[in-house]
Write a protein of this length. Structure first.
Length: 82
């Protein structure tokens, strides 16, 4: 497989390769493998949650209510940081 990277990304990859002593293709293989594993895990979580919703085990939250909950959580965190 041939991979074309943007010049800035290719330069960063070469820099990492030089700093770590690992070949660039090995770094790319590791990065792609990690990304695929992360996507696979996310897909499994989403599929599971969807199945839970279809079975009635979990109920959805209307968008406006979800937004209100998230905004309240964000405000609470901002207060605790200040």
């Amino acid at each position: 497989m041939e991979l074309r990277l943007q010049p800035e990304l290719a330069a960063k990859l070469e820099q990492w390769s030089a700093q770590t002593g690992r070949p660039a293709d090995e770094l790319v293989d590791d990065a792609v493998a990690s990304y695929i594993l992360e996507l696979d895990g996310l897909r499994n979580i989403l599929d599971s949650r969807y199945d839970d919703m279809l079975s009635g085990k979990v109920k959805g939250v209307p968008g406006d209510e979800a937004r209100r909950i998230l905004e309240a959580r964000i405000a609470a965190r901002q207060r605790s940081i200040a």
